[in-house]
Design a protein around this ligand. Structure first.
Ligand code: HEC
Length: 276
């Protein structure tokens, strides 16, 4: 689907835009039981980030991972579900509902075989999706299984609950940098992101791996960024012509990096970042 590795001619770009799993809409209908609704209805909750949070590379990468279904494995990719799908903007999606797994909106059974063959505990046990606001100061974590630290629980969520590929340490660190930055409701210094981060660009995440000539990291981030563009295409919050322009440059950047020409990749990256 997103595995094409060469510069994309326009007709393929158009194809990419329709094959990326949509967070809401037609794609998910094929995989979710009828009657399910996993999008947010109404205004999404505010994203409250602690005052003084340094939005560095690691934090930005963590935020991208938080929004990436790929982190959670195949089932999640098919329905376009990421951490953010349930813990929307670090809070909770109170309209989340999967027929057969939820008894009420905002509740879900995370030990159901829907997520992973073999992990069903045989019980019908939907529980509240908790908010992650101020989660850094909480603990122990989890309802059914309790773990003392957030890193261990985050790994458990990805690998055991959602059958995702085992994350590496850098992924966990980044994810935690983001989760730890979520302000609690009572935190006096907690500030709503201003301006809202909806239009945040993840393109800066390619700078370091290009400079380090680390193709493996470029490859991974390229996929995650591409799928983020897919979400924007589905949401319609970025003009299609802008998306198409960026994707064409990204594909060219990727091709240069794959060929070992990091100097050329860096130039394209600069033009991409300048065009924001
Ligand atoms: C399908 C909805 C869903 C998705 C997707 C999801 N979660 Fe959760 N999350 C839950 C539910 C339900 C709980 C409570 C269940 C439990 O404790 O095991 C929970 C609990 C947690 C907790 C513990 C909170 C506390 O105060 O105890 C953390 C941390 C967490 N999730 C992080 C994540 C991260 C990180 C991701 C993405 C990698 C993620 N979740 C994806 C539904 C979801």
């Amino acid at each position: 689907m997103l595995r094409r590795r060469s510069a994309l001619p326009p007709f393929l770009l158009a194809l990419l835009l329709v094959t990326v799993p949509a967070p809401a809409g037609t794609a998910e209908q094929n995989w979710l039981p009828p009657g399910s609704a996993i999008g947010v209805t109404g205004a999404p909750p505010a994203e409250l980030i602690r005052a003084g949070t340094i939005r560095d590379e690691r934090w930005l990468y963590g935020r991208l991972l938080f929004h990436s279904p790929a982190l959670l494995g195949e089932r999640a990719v098919r329905i376009g579900l990421s951490c953010n799908g349930c813990h929307t903007n670090g809070h909770r999606n109170s309209s989340f509902f999967i027929e057969g797994l939820s008894d009420r909106p905002g509740r879900i059974d995370v030990t159901h075989r829907f997520w992973k063959a073999g992990s069903d505990d045989g019980l019908d046990n939907p529980i509240d999706i908790p908010s992650l606001r101020g989660v850094r100061d909480g603990g122990p974590y989890g309802t059914t299984l309790q773990l003392p630290d957030l890193a261990a629980f985050t790994r458990h969520v990805i690998v055991t609950e959602f059958a995702g590929p085992p994350p590496d340490d850098a992924d966990i660190e980044a994810l935690l940098a983001y989760i730890n930055s979520l302000a609690g409701p009572e935190a006096a210094g907690g500030v709503e992101n201003s301006p809202p981060l909806d239009g945040i660009s993840y393109l800066p995440l390619l700078a370091a791996p290009i400079a380090a000539e680390d193709f493996h990291a470029i490859d991974r981030r390229y996929d995650l960024i591409l799928s983020d563009y897919g979400r924007h295409a589905a949401a319609g919050d970025i003009a299609p012509s802008d998306i198409e322009r960026d994707l064409a440059r990204l594909a060219a950047l990727y091709e240069k990096a794959a060929a070992g020409n990091f100097a050329a990749a860096s130039l394209i990256h600069q033009s991409l970042s300048g065009g924001q």
